[in-house]
Write a protein of this length. Structure first.
Length: 318
């Protein structure tokens, strides 16, 4: 319970129940679904029905599958507020098995975060078809943004923008929307994005959307690397630590505009958590004076390549 205490959870507050109440052969989770169904019906469900539990932590993917029906695994859904199968109100949080943390200590922060987070999913005010009037009224000081591109041509297909968490507008990259985006990006004093240095800003600049020379740029991935250097660095994982958003990366082919809005909203919510941590750890200058400039150099090296002199054959003797 040591890690649970870090999340503010005491043993007296917790009721523990197993999906499989008896000890399976070889201490291995049974593959026979009839065994699982029997244990759920006669042992687990009576406990779930006994009280109006407001929160249920599903430890490991077996319990997560039984409780929510999610089959993609605990690494996909851990940290996401989910409803019990047959319900709509979220009250289940998937949590990594403590035994797994013995193999990968870099995931300990996610374990503590998952136990501490709320099961309440924040409201999503996503405008996927903004009008010109709504864009005319948008004058951001700080701009959260993300772009989607055609993977074959590299052309920008849509851009999401926000000036605060939970409120996002997404527009196609064509016609009068491009003029609005040019104005919006020039007005912003700060721009926050994921992978903005290596991907978004170069693509936008190629399309004629530029920022002011004095505009402050924050890259979520670089900030997270400062705070948690040993953790995974992808947007959905970071969002699972810093927000109560439900995993969304699997939805791109279903509704790309909504997917883009989730990306932008995740950036905004994450930034509200990460930047204070960076300042508390006194790492802001390291970001501004080292990490950001170094990222620009790495981008230039990637674009330029490394020249190889093939005029002579170099040999070495062992």
């Amino acid at each position: 319970m040591g890690l649970a205490r870090k999340a503010g959870v005491s043993r007296a507050e917790v009721s523990i129940v197993n999906v499989i109440s008896c000890r399976p052969v070889g201490d291995v989770y049974p593959k026979d679904h009839k065994i699982t169904e029997h244990c759920v019906a006669h042992h687990l469900k009576p406990v779930l029905d006994a009280r109006p539990w407001t929160r249920i932590d599903a430890i490991d993917e077996h319990s997560l599958r039984v409780l929510t029906g999610k089959v993609e695994g605990i690494m996909k859904w851990r940290g996401s507020p989910l409803p019990l199968s047959g319900e709509t109100r979220p009250r289940v949080i998937g949590v990594l098995d403590p035994l797994y943390l013995m193999k990968d200590s870099g995931m300990i922060p996610s374990f503590v975060s998952d136990l501490a987070k709320s099961v309440r999913v924040p409201e999503q005010h996503y405008n996927l078809q903004p009008t010109m009037e709504e864009l005319d009224a948008f004058h951001p000081d700080i701009l959260y943004t993300d772009i989607e591109t055609n993977r074959w041509t590299g052309e920008i297909t849509m851009v999401g923008i926000a000036d605060r968490p939970y409120h996002v507008m997404v527009m196609p990259f064509r016609g009068p929307y491009i003029g609005q985006l040019k104005r919006i990006f020039l007005e912003a004093n700060q721009i926050v994005n994921q992978n903005i240095i290596a991907f978004d800003l170069p693509h936008l600049a190629t399309a004629g959307v530029v920022i002011r020379p004095d505009c402050k740029i924050y890259d979520i991935m670089l900030l997270h690397h400062l705070v948690e250097p040993n953790a995974p660095h992808d947007l959905e994982y970071i969002a699972s630590l810093c927000t109560s958003m439900v995993a969304w990366k699997h939805t791109k082919n279903q509704n790309e505009a909504w997917y883009n809005a989730c990306d932008v909203d995740a950036v905004a919510q994450i930034f509200a958590v990460l930047l204070p941590r960076v300042k508390y750890l006194k790492l802001e200058q390291l970001y501004s004076l080292v990490q950001h400039p170094l990222a620009l150099i790495c981008k230039m090296m990637h674009d330029t390549g490394i020249k190889v002199d093939r005029s002579e054959e170099h040999t070495s003797e062992l």
